[in-house]
Design a protein around this ligand. Structure first.
Ligand SMILES: [Zn+2]
Length: 398
């Protein structure tokens, strides 16, 4: 499977200037190719004899004109413009297949990044070498061994990072995990509740830092456009945003790593997160919890550990079903945290009960799948057979 490890960089001033320039070239090439794509597509619509645009033809076109029209592009690695156009091609591919929205132009300060192919850099211990730049210090060693495919260098707030994509072989199945199936209920009050009764509470960084976020955004809006103070305020705000994202990701990483190691079969719900976030009342705390990030991490970590992840259909009534007798309630409002079953009169903690139902669901659907008749409800990902859509989903390990 493909995994990307993001590591902080310590460039010196000369190196940082080069990185910023390479990002600028990549951004320019991307936006140029996007405009050219639209132009060529319009021409093709008017005259079908004219070819449809493609990333290959756009790269060739740029190569033929850049020396004359954009000579400053030659100051940085040729990978910067090339890979940017290849990425635009992928963005269009994702758009045509309905996986993503129509590609937008890249903005300075928001999409500062460029990608290098594996023949354009070397990684050695705590450093990375890029032609014309020499060695640059990395804050951490590359944690994964395997075939190195590419490196993307990006700026987040005022810091530089390299994300190295590595093709790793699946780890041999360890014997340590117990063969118990565990259900994991993702929720608003507790981030993750296990069928074993454990609860993981999320720190909700966004809510906690929200006041500072408000203050900094207000400070930014008061600064005059184009002023140095505005740039400073912008960086401050960007740093806070990245801090919030880091806190959130760190917590989720710890929980998902533990789960993927401990249990052989796991079950989560296929949450229609988008629909839930639309609900204004819960929007902030739900996006805070990062359900999507949680299931994304659990998917690749279970696949990596060779364990099985069962994703329950989102119509499976995990909360409303009594885990003791199977009675299904007609309604169960979100505000009700504890309830008693009217049939068998057992008392339930809402989240633990849901997790228990998911665990039972995991067992029954894996048994059915082994028997050859799939229930048609569950999406079962076995570690060894989990499909990895490389161009769509790179697993980012921070
Ligand atoms: Zn019951």
């Amino acid at each position: 499977m493909l995994i990307a490890h993001q590591i902080a960089l310590d460039p010196n001033n000369v190196q940082a200037t080069y990185l910023a320039k390479a990002c600028g070239v990549a951004r320019f090439a991307y936006n140029w190719a996007l405009a050219e794509w639209q132009k060529q597509y319009e021409e093709h619509k008017k005259d079908p004899l004219k070819p449809k645009p493609s990333e290959g033809s756009l790269r060739r076109l740029l190569n033929s004109i850049k020396q004359e029209q954009f000579p400053w592009m030659l100051e940085v690695t040729k990978n910067a413009p090339q890979m940017a156009i290849i990425q635009l091609g992928k963005a269009f591919k994702n758009f045509f297949s309905g996986r993503a929205k129509y590609p937008k132009s890249r903005k300075k300060g928001m999409h500062d990044r460029f990608t290098l192919t594996n023949d354009q850099f070397d990684v050695d211990d705590y450093r990375i070498r890029i032609p014309h730049l020499g060695w640059m210090r990395m804050r951490e060693k590359l944690r994964f061994s395997g075939k190195i495919l590419s490196a993307t260098i990006s700026r987040i707030a005022d810091r530089w990072f390299v994300s190295v994509a590595v093709e790793i072989s699946d780890t041999p199945k360890s014997k340590t995990p117990s063969d118990v199936a565990v259900g994991v209920d993702l929720g608003v009050t507790a981030l993750a509740t296990l069928s074993t009764g454990e609860k993981h509470i999320s720190p909700k960084p966004h809510t906690k830092l929200l006041r500072r976020l408000k203050r900094l955004s207000k400070a930014l809006s008061r600064k005059i456009k184009g002023s140095k103070n505005r740039v400073k305020a912008k960086i401050k705000l960007a740093r806070l945003y990245s801090r919030i994202a880091n806190i959130r990701r760190d917590v989720i990483h710890k929980i998902t790593t533990g789960l993927a190691r401990r249990f052989e079969t796991l079950c989560i719900e296929d949450l229609n997160v988008r629909k839930m976030v639309k609900n204004r009342y819960h929007a902030r705390s739900i996006s805070d919890m990062g359900f999507h990030e949680f299931s994304r991490q659990l998917k690749y970590k279970t696949a990596w550990a060779g364990n099985t992840l069962v994703i329950a259909n989102r119509f499976f009534p995990s909360s409303k079903t009594c885990s003791c007798c199977g009675h299904v309630l007609a309604v169960l409002p979100l505000a009700i945290r504890n309830w008693d079953c009217p049939v068998c009169s057992s008392s339930h903690d809402r989240d633990i009960n849901a997790a228990k139902n998911l665990a039972a669901y995991a067992v029954s659907s894996t048994v059915k799948a082994c028997g050859g008749s799939s229930s048609g409800l569950a999406d079962i990902l076995h570690g060894e057979t989990a499909p990895v859509k490389q161009e769509v989903n790179v697993n980012i390990y921070l």
